[in-house]
Design a protein around this ligand. Structure first.
Ligand code: C5P
Length: 404
């Protein structure tokens, strides 16, 4: 897939305070630059004990600022100039000490000074804590982080896992790519704030015996992209996934299932709790009428086994029949006559919107073309990668459900 330029035109002040996680800030700088951002690195004295300004300058392609007494700016006011140009200030790593400074509004070094001096309504502050688990769990640190959030900062992570000190627990800084994606998400318009979305994705697997089954080529990528886009747009997202090899998008609640029946059983209790249901899953239409308890063996006479199929429940239609149903979006993956089939599904499933795509052309790929079909007509979304299309679809869902 071509590199996505989700941060094109964005200028990020990346602040480093002291901590072993400074090594991740080098990767983060590369990731932000690759996503199209310009990055201005600012380091505290403690950060310079962990990584050099030389490295950070080379990666960001800009001289690093480390001191409020830096005489390079004509007006000698680095803290003002740097924040007036910025689209966001991201502190990664944010040490316990630096967070405490932010909370107190102290400003005795360039980084804390510029955080205080930034125009808060226009330049968001994102903070990625990194510290030992005992430090993170300490009431003082928790109190400070709560206050930081109350003051409007977005706190990213921390994650749990191995720590530099050898202990295991909460306090690890998020990885570079996770921080990049959190930053990208923070810039997306919150079109679905306060809404709850339920999404099905991927294929289903209908067991024939303990080792074989009926499935299809759906990769789940479109449904996972919609889950990510909806979460970025501020929605609370539940994703019910068939067997796929994809990481869960951040902050998305995922439920894994195998068969259509399991998918139905997972969806039905969730559906009334959500505002919107998006059925992207390629649910197998049929399943073997009986599941053989043991592996079917060759009989030595070259006779292939035959087995009966029975129809699977239609999950989307079942949701659309609920008295307290969410607003439903169906998908149509066809190999021909897309519009005719999409219109037919709109009526048969009784849903307000069907999104059509050509199955064989998109399964497993990163790009797609979508056509939106409703009772009044259709509109094609130009070909694009699945995340771009997912963001457009999310905007469309937000428009159609506004005020609902
Ligand atoms: O019935 P058909 O497969 O043509 O319709 C596709 C749409 O219906 C998709 O949104 C798919 O997720 C959903 N579907 C379903 N349960 C099925 C079959 C399809 O939810 N058993």
């Amino acid at each position: 897939m071509a590199e996505r330029l989700d941060l094109a035109g964005k200028h990020i002040v990346l602040g480093l305070s002291g901590g072993v996680a400074c090594y991740k800030a080098a990767e983060l700088t590369r990731a932000l630059v690759k996503a199209g951002a310009t990055v201005q690195v600012v380091m505290t004295e403690a950060a310079e004990a962990f990584i050099t300004a030389v490295t950070m300058q080379a990666l960001s392609n800009r001289p690093v600022y480390t001191s409020q007494w830096d005489a390079r700016p004509g007006n000698n006011m680095a803290h003002i100039n740097l924040t007036r140009e910025a689209d966001a200030v991201l502190i990664a790593p944010a040490s316990a000490d630096f967070i405490a400074k932010l909370v107190q509004g102290r400003a005795d070094d360039l980084l804390s000074l510029l955080c205080l001096a930034r125009p808060a309504e226009r330049v968001p502050l994102l903070v990625a804590p990194a510290m030992n688990r005992e430090m993170w769990a300490h009431p003082a640190a928790q109190r400070n982080v709560a206050q930081l959030r109350a003051d409007g900062a977005l706190v990213l992570g921390p994650a749990a896992g191995d720590q530099a000190c050898g202990e295991i627990g909460d306090g690890r800084m998020l990885e570079a790519e996770e921080l990049r994606d959190e930053l990208i998400a923070s810039f997306q318009p919150k079109l679905l704030a306060g809404k709850k979305l339920l999404i099905t994705a991927g294929p289903t697997f209908e067991a024939i015996d303990p080792v074989r089954g009926i499935t299809n080529h759906s990769s789940g990528k479109m449904g996972f992209a919609i889950a990510r886009a909806a979460q970025e747009a501020g929605a609370e997202v539940t994703l019910i996934a068939g067997p796929v090899h994809l990481p869960t998008p951040p902050h998305v609640h995922r439920i894994d299932v195998q068969s259509a029946q399991q998918m139905l059983d997972a969806v039905l209790p969730q559906a009334p709790l959500h505002d919107v249901f998006v059925a992207t899953a390629a649910v197998a239409d049929w399943r073997p009428a009986v599941m053989n308890e043991h592996k079917i063996k060759k009989d030595g006479k070259k006779l292939a086994p035959s087995f009966e199929l029975t129809e699977n429940p239609d999950i989307l239609a079942a949701v659309a029949r609920l008295p307290d149903k969410p607003w439903c979006v169906g998908f149509a993956a066809e190999s021909q006559d897309l519009l005719t089939h999409a219109r037919e599904k709109l009526l048969r499933k009784n849903v307000p919107l069907i999104v059509g795509n050509l199955g064989p052309a998109t399964f497993g790929r990163d790009d797609n073309t979508l056509v939106l079909v409703d009772a009044t007509g259709h509109r094609e979304l130009p070909a694009g990668d699945k995340l771009t299309l997912a963001r457009e679809l999310v905007a469309e869902i937000a428009r159609r459900t506004a005020g609902a």
